[in-house]
Structure formats: C-alpha cells, structure tokens
Design a protein around this ligand. Structure first.
Ligand code: PAF
Length: 281
C-alpha cells in the first residue's frame, strides 16, 4: 500500500504525535529522491528494526556548492513513491521548500574536524548543508533511529557526530554500500552517466580494489596510489579529486592500514563526479 505523502509540518506532526505518545521506534531514511536499490536496502533495514518508517525526499539546495549540479540532480518523485509501495513505509515526508527554509531562516549546524578533508575540502559548505538539513529532518520526524549508506561514509560519520553532540537521541545506523553486478556503487548520480560512461565507471572501484590488494600484500600506499591514478587517467577519467587511505573512525590520513582503514576516492568521468570507498582489512 502506498504511504501518505506529507508536505506540511502540521500534517507530519499530526501523524507522528500518536507514535511518539505510544513510545514507538520511528526509523527515518533521509534521501534526496531518485531512489535506487541502495536506498531501498536502507528502507528494508528501517522496516526490520523500527515500529514506524518515514522516508524523506528533499533535494537540499544548501548542500550543493554548484548551481548546475543542483539543477541537474534527478527528480523522480512519482517513480520513488511507486518503488516504496512494497516496503510498508508509514509516511513519505516530502517537505515544501518553505517548510525547510522559511524566509527568515538563519541557523547553520556545522561539524568541525571530520569535515575538513575529502568532500568537505572539495565541496565548500556541503557538510554544513547536510548537517543542517539532517538535524532538521531528525527533529521534524521525531526520529529515534536513522539509516544511512556507507557509500557516503564521511557523511555517515558527520551525522553520527552531530547526533551525539546535540543529544538528539537518534541512533544512526550505517548500512553497506550496494553495488551493481560490475562493482559500480549505486548512486542517484549514476543516472547522469551516458551509456558509454556507464561502461567505464566500474573502473574506479576496480582500481580501488587493486590498491587495497596491494596494501594487504604490504606494498607502499604512495606507489599504489600513483599507479592507480595513472591507470584511471588512461581509462578516460578526467581527474581524480582524491584517492586517500584514512582511518575508519576519525578519517586521519594513513600511509599504511595500521588500524582499521578505508580507501576513499572521488573522480570525474564525462562530467559526472563519482565517489566510492571500501574497507581495507
Ligand atoms: O545522502 C543524501 O542523500 C543527502 O546528503 C541527505 C542525507 C538526504 C541530506 O540531504
């Protein structure tokens, strides 16, 4: 059965009030729409763990540092609602813009430290936009639990930090990245890849796996990284913003996986920026 689509805060509050009174666990899956199997895996995890499930769809202008990226972001609300129908979602929160950012809106949530590197360095203001909207979504929906993909691992850590620092009482669950059969991490932005670029895109994950394998064999990260960057260039990628080895808990830069670590990459292919990360055991 299709979930009701709520666009105004008073309707959302009227819906959640009895759930809160009954002490139910409210699981929230924040999204910007263009839902794929990665999002649906988060919805399934929320459905399994919580009494109530709210999926939010809001293309948040404050986290885009590039106007063209915001304009081109895929918007597929009807299709999204259809995809969710089989999951027993209790409500879809698709706020009108003024419900999120009324004219006088003047507050920013900013998480220090974790946001200095990678996406934070390449997309100024991005994480302030994410932290602000996620805080609002948690408060608006009366979330007790929230579900985020490890695909955006840095975002997951930022959200965990803000939920703890602001005593929001929300347990933030990280769920594994879902990949296509050829290894490409599912992302709404994959819809923007041409057919040709789509065939080339899995190369990013392949090169990351090659670096991880080299690290496991004890080879030096700097040399592995250089070789992978050269191969990506030759394969038609038009620039790699970063290919970093970092600690899994605080994102400190590492030269070897001497503690639990992940490889992180962001690279450009035919005008589309792909990001990915994998654990290095
Ligand atoms: O990961 C996303 O889709 C967005 O950053 C989020 C968490 C929905 C906030 O707008």
């Amino acid at each position: 059965m299709s979930a009701p689509i709520l666009r105004r805060l008073d309707a959302l509050r009227a819906t959640t009030r009895p759930w809160v009174r009954a002490g139910e666990r409210i699981g929230v899956v924040p999204t910007m729409g263009a839902l794929h199997d990665g999002h649906l895996s988060l919805v399934a995890a929320a459905r399994a763990a919580c009494d109530r499930v709210i999926v939010t769809i809001f293309v948040n202008p404050r986290q885009f540092n590039n106007a063209a990226d915001l304009a081109n972001y895929p918007r597929t609300e009807d299709e999204d609602a259809r995809k969710l129908a089989r999951f027993g979602v209790d409500a879809l929160w698709v706020p009108d813009a003024d419900q999120m950012y009324p004219a006088a809106f003047a507050t920013t949530v900013s998480v220090a430290g974790l946001t200095d590197v990678m996406e934070g360095a390449y997309r100024p203001g991005h994480f302030d936009g994410v932290a602000t909207v996620v805080t609002k979504l948690f408060v608006q929906t009366a979330a007790t639990d929230a579900f985020f993909g490890e695909k955006d691992y840095q975002q997951l850590l930022v959200v965990r930090r803000l939920a703890a620092d602001l005593d929001l009482g929300v347990t933030v669950h990280g769920c594994p990245t879902i990949r296509d059969i050829d290894g490409l991490a599912l992302s709404s932005r994959n819809l923007l890849l041409s057919d040709r670029a789509r065939t080339m895109a899995p190369r990013l994950h392949e090169e990351m796996e090659a670096v991880a394998q080299g690290l496991r064999a004890g080879q030096p990260f700097a040399a592995l990284r250089e070789a992978a960057l050269t191969r990506l260039d030759k394969a038609g990628f038009t620039g790699t913003d970063y290919l970093d080895l970092r600690a899994q808990d605080d994102l400190a830069a590492l030269e070897a996986p001497e503690r639990p670590a992940r490889l992180f990459a962001a690279a450009w292919l035919a005008g589309v920026r792909l990001i990915d990360n994998i654990a290095v055991d």
